[in-house]
Ligand binder design. Sequence first.
Ligand code: ZN
Length: 125
Amino acid sequence: MTKRYKAKIGKRKLCKAINQYFVRVTCDGCGHSDLLKLRGWDAVLCSACKAELYKDGTYVEVAEAFREFAAGTLEKWATYSIAFSAMDRSGITLDEIKIIAFREAKIGPGIIENRRANWLGMGAA
Ligand SMILES: [Zn+2]
């Protein structure tokens, strides 16, 4: 299974020639680091171990929740609570949740929309 980590991002350095910032991104899985542009990506593959490194740890958290749900170790509303709470604090969008839910737990986008409506109906947001 693909491993996912929050990317460890070093100090930004300006490359004056192209007026872009670069950062050293370190993989939590194997410790390898790559020099990458600061902007223009949300997730990258570690060039050494091929783990997915996410700029925002929210993606990792939500993916982990749906993976546990698929494995039967996390209850349904506990899973959606993690996903929608992250969405309510603007850490992730509904479209991104749909992509993660399908990838990790084969839950279709229509179901996610219904759950979101249920969630809002509960007055949780
Ligand atoms: Zn790695």
